[in-house]
Ligand binder design. Structure first.
Ligand code: MF3
Ligand code: CO
Length: 259
């Protein structure tokens, strides 16, 4: 069942989404060669505390038995890392691309977003990859309208990536979001237009295209979390929490400051 959120609940999600977006913009300004991924995590953790929010990721249980709970406030995934990179001593280097994923819970409601950013000067292929992933999310958001179907969102992402010769990750999906980070439905990044459940005003969806420069295959590293491309080629990830309103999509993960 896909839950429908009241105006009051949407307002709370707007608040949580605003916190996430503010932190993302703050971290983006810190991205530079020489910065450790743990520095980004600590800054995010401090900002969450200041905002009265908690990390949605810290302590998150892995579905895989024996893998310890997620140990970071945020995920930081570099180059061939697709998602769920654990912050640590690794230092960002010129020419890399870094995907930051931030999720919080505030007043009982979640916000979740991701963005891939360049570290200094990057190759034209990496630029194209980032722009494609950004564009595929924009096209997906555009489909988040009452009366459309879930497959319209999935297809918008897939077709955007494949038009440009890139591929979409098939092993991880977007998701409904609200009083839990992961709610129904699952949102694959590929699919047929006109298929799947019908979308309605009040649904809130976290859409998250993960686009690979090479093939769609991925594997998980020894740490049990970090997902990397099977072929070692770079990957980009964008995510927004989006509410379906009466008059179309509204991005919840938008800066509070610009409102
Ligand atoms: N945005 C990701 C998701 O929706 C981040 C989860 S990281 C985890 O699954 F640690 F919480 F799993
Ligand atoms: Co998510």
């Amino acid at each position: 069942m896909i839950l429908l959120r009241s105006k009051r609940e949407i307002e709370k999600m707007r608040w949580s989404g605003g916190i996430v977006a503010d932190i993302m913009d703050e971290l983006e300004e810190l991205i530079a060669p020489g910065v450790r991924t743990i520095d980004l995590d600590r800054r995010a953790g401090a900002r969450m505390e200041k905002s009265g929010a908690r990390s949605a990721f810290m302590g998150y249980a892995s579905p895989v038995p024996g893998v310890p709970p997620y140990p970071g406030n945020i995920c930081v995934s570099i180059d061939e890392a697709v998602v769920h990179g654990i912050p640590g001593e690794r230092v960002l280097e010129e020419g890399e691309i870094v995907s930051i994923d931030i999720g919080v819970c505030c007043n009982g409601y979640y916000g979740d977003m991701a963005r891939t950013m360049p570290v200094g000067k990057i190759s034209s292929e990496k630029k194209a990859l980032i722009e494609t992933a950004r564009e595929s999310l924009a096209r997906a958001v555009e489909k988040a309208r009452s009366g459309n179907r879930l497959g319209d969102i999935s297809h918008a992402i897939e077709s955007c990536a494949e038009e440009r010769g890139f591929s979409v990750v098939r092993d991880f999906v977007g998701h409904g979001i609200g009083q839990q980070m992961h709610e129904e439905p699952q949102i694959p990044n590929y699919g047929r237009p006109g298929s799947g459940p019908r979308l309605n005003a009040g649904m809130v969806l976290a859409m998250e295209p993960m686009i690979n420069a090479g093939g769609h295959g991925v594997k998980v590293l020894e740490d049990g979390w970090t997902v990397v491309t099977a072929d070692g080629k770079p990957s980009a990830h964008f995510e927004h929490t989006v509410a379906i309103g009466e008059n179309g999509p509204e991005i919840m993960t938008w800066r509070k400051k610009s409102r």
